[in-house]
Design a protein around this ligand. Structure first.
Ligand SMILES: Cc1cc2nc3c(=O)[nH]c(=O)nc-3n(C[C@H](O)[C@H](O)[C@H](O)COP(=O)(O)OP(=O)(O)OC[C@H]3O[C@@H](n4cnc5c(N)ncnc54)[C@H](O)[C@@H]3O)c2cc1C
Length: 590
């Protein structure tokens, strides 16, 4: 059975980006928010360290320095018009949250306190600057709760545990003529509690579905970050931008990948190798441990490869907080120090913590312009379709995101997308008619998977997912070569082939998570393929993408965004110019 709903605006995702958009959209137009998780379980709630804005509350700072740092941090793949908006609108984004009641940490005289974070500097790289606004090490939790409370107050309509699985467009975006019109008509969702399929007809749709960290095994990301929104867009014929750029955060708990925020280093923690050396002094003499994440992660891998790793297998380095006052640690870093105690049995007051890079953030995603409108090729947009947050690529993070710029991104571009989507809906008489068989693709997918319960000798979702994640961890890491990428290509191709004959165990209609995990694995496979294809073709090293066989940045050949499409013949790659307004590419030294 299928139920049909109608709204002006449908927002997919109730993380920071989705709820910030909802606050704007629901004031202007009839809005529904569909989310596969209960809103306050979204990954934004796991964000720890802070949100960047040049408030200059504790040190001299300004939006222009922030913009420069963002562009240099992103290794000049950042679209500079978008970065300018991000940094100019940052102060208001923080003040909006403050007015909504977010309990930021305060200075003694009552202003929002700020701390240091990697790559954020004073006067174009002179020294680290205090730019991150924070609420202890649970900034994301506070943002998510604050936005949710405001949404409840504003009576935003939530559809919780609705998995959106398809996007309805008026035309195939690749078949449509260049310059021609393609519009959004709605989405199709699967209700977890009942197994029912719902179609939502809408004038505007905003995708705010978050990241895809689960393509890797060792990751800071929640289990639910399976890149659904990106995968759905790809299957609907849209390109994904810069997917080869995945950020590895330096300080995951060794062996586990659970994140210890960069705020630890912002508060003075130091990375040390097996000789006790503060090795970042060699790699980034000016800002040391507060260099951008791509550089710190490479430095850590290099220390381990050259035999200066710690522990019985010499396979991690140490994050040393022991010189910080316990009271300071308790006030500023309570959660992450508790993680070290709980998961590794380490007391951070007295012992350094074993850490190693963990897959953390997708710089790439669904391409948009600065109002959040989705692109179907290098220039044409789709009427009524928007994307914001980690699933989108606007691109403010380029080849490497600076810490604290994502919580900023979701607020700035979530807000912009919410306003633009509502305004478009108000200016549009009616949403396009839904095709009669709008729900057919999702119904077919669900039914096919349910039937597989009786097949014997079929492939297991868990086994295939592990093979996929393990090859990504091994071969598409901080360091890559043509050889490792070729191996990953082969493994993913085999996983994809075997995925066609998976079987699930649960036949039921209610809370069939077995079924949904199988569908999510499908998205992960498609996205991993794009990451590897983009990485293989990009024969240079830039930001988070480092090719040992092409170790330098090649601006003449590759200062361009990758636009990857899924076609019947496999991945097709195209490229799009980077928007440069103020800062021509320079050597990236810290
Ligand atoms: C441990 C950790 C710490 C971090 N710390 C920081 C930090 O200190 N500062 C910083 O700037 N950044 C940080 N980040 C990054 C930042 O938190 C995220 O990039 C950002 O919060 C993403 O927000 P979002 O709204 O785009 O997505 P999310 O918050 O992940 O929300 C995604 C939403 O989409 C919904 N959804 C997904 N798929 C579907 C589907 N198929 N159907 C329906 N709904 C769907 C989910 O239910 C969810 O509501 C951190 C990330 C992690 C993992």
């Amino acid at each position: 059975m299928t139920t049909t709903h109608e709204y002006d605006v449908v927002i997919v995702g109730a993380g920071g980006a989705g709820m910030r958009a909802a606050l704007e959209s629901s004031q202007r137009a009839r809005t529904a928010v569909l989310t596969k998780l209960y809103p306050t379980r979204s990954h934004t709630g796991a964000a720890q360290g802070g949100m960047a804005a040049a408030l200059s509350n504790v040190e001299d700072d300004n939006a222009e320095w922030h913009m420069f740092d963002t562009i240099k941090g992103g290794d000049y793949l950042v679209d500079q018009d978008a970065a300018e908006i991000l940094c100019n609108e940052a102060v208001d984004a923080v003040l909006d949250l403050e007015k909504m009641g977010l309990p930021f940490n305060r200075t003694e005289d009552g202003h929002i306190d700020q701390r240091r974070f990697g790559g954020h500097t004073r006067n174009h790289g002179e020294a680290p600057v205090r730019r991150a606004c924070y609420a202890a090490d649970r900034t994301g939790h506070m943002i998510l709760q604050t936005l949710y409370q405001q949404c409840v107050k504003q009576e935003v309509e939530f559809y919780n545990e609705y998995y959106v699985l398809d996007l309805l467009l008026t035309e195939d975006p690749q078949a449509a003529a260049a310059g021609g019109e393609v519009a959004v008509a709605g989405v199709v969702a699967y209700e977890l509690a009942t197994g029912e399929i719902h179609t939502f007809r809408a004038k505007s749709v905003i995708f705010a579905t978050g990241g895809a960290g689960k393509i890797f095994k060792t990751t800071s990301n929640a289990h639910t970050l399976t890149g659904d929104g990106m995968g759905i867009a790809l299957r609907a014929g849209l390109p994904l931008e810069d997917m080869e750029f995945f950020q590895f955060h330096p300080t995951g708990l060794a062996g586990l990948g659970i994140l210890l925020s960069e705020a630890a280093r912002g508060e003075g923690a130091i990375l040390r190798n097996s000789t006790g050396e503060r090795f970042m002094e060699r790699y980034a003499p000016t800002i040391k441990d507060l260099a951008p994440r791509d550089m710190v992660s490479r430095a850590m891998w290099t220390e381990v490869r050259e035999g200066r790793g710690c522990g019985p297998h010499k396979d991690y380095v140490l994050l040393d907080l022991t010189h910080l006052e316990p009271a300071h640690i308790d006030a500023k870093l309570p959660d992450i120090t508790e993680f070290a105690r709980t998961y590794l049995g380490i007391e951070p007051y007295t012992d350094p913590i074993p850490v190693f890079p963990t897959a953390h953030y997708a710089m790439g995603g669904i391409p948009t312009n600065v109002t959040g409108q989705v692109l179907r090729n290098n220039t044409d947009t789709i009427n009524g379709l928007y994307a914001a947050g980690e699933c989108a690529c606007v691109s403010v993070h380029g080849a490497n995101r600076l810490g604290t710029n994502s919580l900023l991104d979701i607020n700035v571009f979530g807000r912009r997308a919410g306003i633009a989507a509502a305004e478009y809906a108000l200016a549009t008489e009616a949403a396009p008619e839904l095709p009669a068989d709008a729900a057919a693709a999702v119904a077919g997918l669900v039914e096919t998977l349910r039937k597989t319960t009786s097949v014997t000798g079929a492939e297991s979702v868990a086994v295939l997912r592990r093979e996929l994640q393990e090859t990504m961890d091994r071969n598409v890491q901080v360091f890559r070569t043509a050889e490792t990428l070729a191996e990953a290509t082969a493994v993913i191709a085999s996983v994809k082939e075997r995925y066609a004959s998976i079987a699930i165990h649960d036949r039921g209609q209610k809370y069939n998570t077995d079924l949904l995990e199988a569908i999510e694995l499908g998205f992960l496979i498609d996205l991993a393929q794009l990451v590897v294809a983009g990485a293989l073709a990009r024969e240079e090293s830039r930001g988070g993408h480092y090719r040992e066989d092409f170790p330098t940045r090649d601006d003449a050949g590759f200062m361009k965004h990758t636009m990857a499409y899924a076609t019947a013949d496999g991945v097709r790659l195209d490229y799009k110019p980077v928007v440069v307004t103020r800062y021509p590419p320079m050597e990236r030294k810290y």
